[in-house]
Design a protein around this ligand. Sequence first.
Ligand code: GUN
Length: 305
Amino acid sequence: MGSWLEGKTLANKIKEEVKDEVASYLKTIGQVPGLVGIRVGEDRASKVYLRTKERACEKLGIHSEILNFPEDISVSLLKSKIEQLSSREDVDGILIQLPLPSSFDSHEIITSMPPEKDVDGFHPFNLGNLLLKKDGVKPCTPLGIIELLKFRDISIEGKRVVIIGRSIMVGKPLAAMMTNENGTVTTCHTRTKNLPQVASEADILVAAIGRGTFITPEFVKPGAVVIDVGIDSLSDKSKVEELFGKDKKRQEDLEKKGYTIIGDVHPQVIEKAEYLTPVPGGVGLLTVAMLMKNTLEAFKRRRDL
Ligand code: GUN
């Protein structure tokens, strides 16, 4: 039986450090970091994520604004709004919540901001620096995963790392970071053959596909460290009971919200793995903490602090 590898302790530690530093800059130079989140359209998950990020900013003393644009905003108008934010002195970070509606090319939109304000680390300049192992902004979720492993003294060097998912937000940057940490990395995706067999060779298995409970024990080597990045929702009461028994929190979720949040990894995996990150309460908490840290770092870099 393995242990849950929770994100809370490290996320709180990082946020406390950011909060203290923000307060000290307010005292010494009278300025605090500023973050602007952009949402296009009415994606429900994006609304929730941005609200979570806004609340974290409030708690840490970071100034935040959320801009909502209609789905039919023109590309040129959206880009000109981003350019306005790019030239604002009080804006240190710009975050374009993804996914954008399908009519937009997210690469084109992300590239319209300056790399030093790209607190998500998705700008090609920042992704290029990551491949080159040079300083730059690193994507929050992969950064959170690496920091969590280090915090818990789980070494990456020489380990077989299998990442399921090749997105620009998680899979690809995480593969680069794990390689930079001297892991031996395999990236899997929808076209991978014999996925359970490849996954079960991993000492560190990362699931980032967004398909609830897809990763069952047959994907997992006994004693592996399993990192669950997936977020899916489940509203079927009998399925929730089948997965979590009479878990009080899950029952409450169903009653209050009509659904509960689940990850890519089946809860039975805890019986085979050494560690498994919970969903919620794992990697997601670190994503937000790292965004706060990236925003503070952007603020400091722009002022040579
Ligand atoms: N959508 C899901 N995760 C993320 C994230 O980390 N950053 C942005 N910008 N959009 C997301």
